[in-house]
Design a protein around this ligand. Structure first.
Ligand code: DAH
Length: 340
């Protein structure tokens, strides 16, 4: 009996289990109701009484060995089988979302690139601005009604009342105060107005200011520069038209329309069937502004322009609600993946 137990012990140990089928054969051979271990329990009744305890213990050990081997392989094989069932290893992996540039940043960069190709540098100024740079030096006298054109947020800075700049024209003044002509610069930045937020108005938005000062700069130079910009931005077919307008800091002043790129100037909802869309304000820098910033208006002249980046972005990407730019909705932002 003991030698039989040793024999079965060996065959349990050497039994090779490679798959579920082998495992089932193992179970039938050793643990099943007709298996070898069961048969040993059956044969126990013929063992002399004084040996029963010892032999019974040996058979128990044998059963434990077989069960242990069975369970180990079962767990292992089932783990792998489950893996194979639930995972399709040919599936693409989970994609990590990567960020994208904001549409305003994309368009601002495009505008900066266009002007840097014709020699414009980039200049910067503070968003919390004093009255001088935002208004007075730009030919808005105190109490002048033109100040009402731009609803201003005021903030207290120590004793001084400051404004959140209402336009990037303030940077013109700073550049002219700190450098002498020739000046050719653009100033992108954020501006603030005290307006109720809606699809068409916002309390903050972005502008790009342009300034060109040199000897004998003419209105023709202004027009050609803006036509170049329109064609670079909206395509070779783009046309511009200038309408007389008023700004305190330019004389003469004009508002500029670009031919509607959405309907090819044929007339559509966006251009209100006129074929034209307003994109910027401009004019010849008023001699008062040159003088206020320390530039001799008898020697130098220049032009300036200011455009809203949101407006250009709206036309370029057909965005019809200004609020989308600051809501940080990923479904909106991820549409602007760019190549840089
Ligand atoms: N600052 C003006 C605005 O915010 C835009 C503007 C108009 C800027 C004419 C200029 C300009 O430089 O010459 O509405």
């Amino acid at each position: 009996m003991k030698s039989l137990i040793i024999e079965i012990n060996n065959s349990i140990e050497v039994f090779e289990i490679k798959n579920l089928q082998d495992l089932e054969s193992f179970r039938i051979a050793f643990l099943g109701s007709k298996g070898q271990v069961k048969a040993l329990y059956g044969a126990l009744k013929d063992v002399p009484n004084e040996q029963k305890k010892e032999v019974g213990q040996l058979i128990n050990n044998l059963r434990n060995l077989a069960e242990e081997k069975y369970n180990n392989f079962k767990d292992n094989l089932e783990d792998h089988t489950n893996l194979n069932q639930h995972f399709d290893f040919s599936r693409p992996g989970d994609v990590n979302e990567i960020g994208s540039h904001h549409p305003i940043a994309l368009v601002r960069k495009e505008i900066v690139d266009i002007f840097s190709r014709i020699g414009f540098s980039v200049s910067d100024g503070p968003e919390i601005e004093d009255d001088w740079h935002n208004f007075t030096a730009l030919n808005f006298p105190p109490e002048h009604p033109a100040r009402d054109m731009q609803d201003t947020f005021f903030v207290q800075k120590g004793e001084k009342e400051m404004a959140l700049r209402t336009h990037t024209s303030s940077v013109q003044v700073r550049v002219m105060e700190t450098s002498q002509p020739p000046i050719r610069t653009i100033s992108p930045g954020r501006v603030y107005r005290n307006e109720a937020i809606s699809a068409r108005a916002h309390c903050f938005f972005h502008q790009i200011e342009g300034l060109y000062i040199d000897k004998s700069v003419s209105f023709g130079d202004l027009k050609q520069t803006l036509l170049y910009f329109a064609k670079e931005m909206f395509g070779e077919q783009a046309q511009i038209r200038l309408r007389p307008s008023y700004f305190p800091f330019t004389e003469p002043s004009a508002e500029v329309d670009v031919s509607c790129s959405i309907c090819n100037a044929k007339g559509c909802n966006v251009c209100k069937h006129s074929g034209w869309l307003e994109i910027l304000g401009c004019g010849m820098v008023d001699p008062n502004v040159l003088e206020a910033a320390g530039i001799d208006a008898n020697i130098y002249s220049g032009f300036a322009f200011g455009m809203g980046v949101e407006r250009i972005t709206q036309l370029k990407y057909k965005v019809n609600d200004l609020r989308l730019y600051s809501e940080n909705d990923i479904r909106f932002l991820k549409q602007f993946r760019a190549s840089w």
